[in-house]
Every structure is written in C-alpha cells, then in structure tokens.
Design a protein around this ligand. Structure first.
Ligand code: ATP
Ligand code: MG
Length: 342
C-alpha cells in the first residue's frame, strides 16, 4: 500500500531539533504567546523539541531572588498551559544543566566585541537601565551556547531575537572552520503573523515583559474584563478607518493581533472591517478573539500552577534527558580546543 510505505519512510528520517525558551521574568504576554508559544505547540509531532527556561539570561538585568525562584517553576506551568505537553517534548531549566555557561565562555572567546555592541536588544535594554552589567552585553553569546549545545536545527522566536540567532550561526561556522566540523548551523524560525506584537500604549515599542506600563501589555492570564478594557483603551488615531496602514502603528498592531489570534489573513480582515464606523466595534471583535484564544490556556494554567511537585517532576525529567547531550557536546568541544579531559 503506497500510503503505508510513505509513513514508514517518514519514521526512518531522524527528526530535526528545535530549541527555544522564554525568560521566567513574569507572566507571558500576548507577544510571547502569538510570536512564540502558540507556534511552538504545532511543532511537537514533527520535531524533537527542547523548551527551556533561561533563568541564567534573566539575571542579565536585576532580579529579586524569590521572584525568580517562583517565576521559574511558574514558567514551567505556563509552558504546559500554552500547549507544550511534557509527554511530547522536553522542558528543562537552564541553570540545572552543566554546559551552557561553559560553552558560552568558549564562544565568547570567538566573539568580536563590536558585534555584541551592535545588538538591538542590548541597545534597547541598556538605554532603559541606569546600571548596565557585562552580562547584558554577553546575553547573545549565552544564547548561542544554548542553541549550539544541543545542535539545534531551528530556533523558533519572534523578530526581536533574529539577530541573536544570526550570531549563533556565525559562531557555529567560525568554530567549525577553526577547529573542524562540530556544530549544526541553526536557522531562525519566525512565523509572519504575530512575530512582532507592539505595546498597546506605545506601538512603536514591542510588547515586553519588562515594560513597567502593564496597560500596554496583555498577559495570558488577564481576565476577559481586563482584556476588554486594555483593548478599548489601546492607542489608535483619529482616522477611524480599519486598514493595514504603516503610517498608523496602533491600528496596524490591533489588526495584526486580530489576524494572529484568529488565523484570518490581513487582506480578508481589512475587507471584513472596511464597513465599520469608528474603532469601538472593531476593538470589541479584537477583544472577543483574544478572550476565546486565551480561555483554554487560562483553564489549564489554573489547574496546574500550584502543583509544585508535578512541575518539579517535569523539570527533573527534562534535566535527565538533556544533561547527557550537553555533556557530550562539551567534551567534544573541550577536546577540539585543546583542554585536557578529566
Ligand atoms: P523581556 O522584556 O524580559 O526581554 P520579553 O517580553 O522580550 O521579555 P522574552 O522572554 O525575552 O520576552 O522572549 C520570549 C520569546 O517571545 C522570544 O521568542 C521572543 O522573540 C518572543 N517575543 C517577545 N516579545 C515579543 C513580541 N512583542 N512580539 C512577538 N514575539 C515576542
Ligand atoms: Mg526579550
């Protein structure tokens, strides 16, 4: 039977590796969800998926220890609530694995300083903080280590992390060229819709967990009433027309959110809304779409968020799966660069 033959052939092919993560710095927002987590769950069957919690990245800006501790396990709960079934993927905590920071040190010794100073995230975050630490500059090197340690083929992210994945590619090529073929050269995986969700209050800036103005941000745990309120007060303009007009960033953002949440193409949404008078009915539809989208996530989150034992067991199983892989890569790298084995 040709169909049967085909499915056997697919099973023969080794699955490609996907690796990605989100910082445990609070409740995920709509950008994290539409630009990242909501797409990740579609990969569970086709790829070997590693979803990690980059708590070592989180301390590149000051953190309160109790919040970080709580946020890390809470992030496991949020991953699962977003549809990352731990039976189908590996979820692990970065600091529980030996290898990330060790490889980062080695990669850092191959990274030109100028390339780090040019990173958009560094420029953006360092302009907002008074005290800048070298860890913030070094962030993309650690991210390259996260990716290369597991020889990931693909790194699903939002647009904002594309430049960092490009550095990981450069470093993989540089290491391979200098010491012989070692690392897989990774590719970013960026879905078009939802890749860049902007703040509802300052649509020239991306929606961000570190934005102190919570009104510009929709969190995945926001109650329907809050979602309605935040969307109703989202910054638009006085044109009163629903259109994908790049001159009107607030408008474009709401349309992008609507399309990413519903799966409707931008041109079809423009067509649907062109008869609408004023923004209120349009905003109501955007809010309704978000409420429907987030309802199953919130239900799952409520059911597991306080089950510490379960969440810890997921992280432990994840660590047991990935630690030998990390150790294997690191031993190979140490040997190639001339470190003695122990
Ligand atoms: P922080 O402000 O602390 O950096 P963040 O909101 O940028 O937090 P991250 O944990 O850095 O969140 O990013 C997690 C994932 O979410 C990454 O894949 C990133 O590309 C994606 N992402 C973050 N913000 C947005 C956004 N506004 N639109 C689309 N994707 C986003
Ligand atoms: Mg970020």
């Amino acid at each position: 039977m040709p169909g049967h033959y085909f499915s056997l052939k697919i099973m023969d092919i080794e699955k490609k590796i996907v690796l990605t993560g989100m910082q445990p710095t609070g409740i995920l927002h709509l950008g994290n969800f539409l630009g990242a987590a909501n797409n990740w769950k579609k990969m569970l069957d086709a790829y070997t998926c590693y979803f990690f919690i980059p708590n070592q990245h989180a301390i590149t800006v000051p953190q309160i220890p109790a919040n970080l501790r709580h946020g890390t396990l809470n992030c496991v709960a949020q991953y699962i609530a977003c549809g990352l079934d731990p039976e189908k993927c590996t979820i692990f905590i970065q600091s529980q694995i030996i290898g990330h920071t060790e490889l980062a040190w080695i990669l850092g010794c191959l990274t030109p300083l100028g390339q780090l100073y040019r990173m958009h995230q560094f420029k953006d975050k360092s302009s907002k903080n008074e005290n800048i630490y070298s860890g913030l500059l070094y962030y993309p090197v650690l991210m390259a280590a996260d990716i290369l340690l597991y020889n990931a083929d693909f790194v699903p992210t939002g647009e904002d992390q594309k430049q960092h994945v490009e550095l990981a590619r450069d470093l993989a090529e540089k290491f391979n060229g200098t010491y012989s073929e070692t690392f897989t050269v990774p590719s970013p995986m960026i879905e078009k819709t939802g890749a860049r969700i902007m703040s509802l209050k300052a649509p020239e800036h991306k929606m961000s967990k570190s934005d102190p103005d919570g009104n510009g941000t929709i969190y995945i745990t926001d109650e329907p009433k809050i979602i309605q309120k935040k969307i109703a007060s989202a910054l638009t303009d006085s044109t009163n027309k629903i259109a994908n007009d790049p001159e009107r960033p607030g408008m474009v953002n709401l349309l992008n959110i609507y399309c990413a949440a519903t799966g409707i193409a931008t041109a079809d949404a423009e067509e649907k809304f062109k008869i609408y008078q004023g923004y209120a009915p349009f905003k109501k539809e955007v809010a309704d779409a978000l409420i429907a989208l987030l309802e199953p996530v919130q239900k799952k989150y409520k059911s597991i968020k306080d089950d510490k034992e379960y969440l810890q067991s997921v992280a432990q199983k994840g660590a047991e799966t990935v630690q030998p892989i990390a150790q294997g890569t690191l031993s190979k790298v140490y040997r190639k660069i001339g470190f003695l084995g122990n």
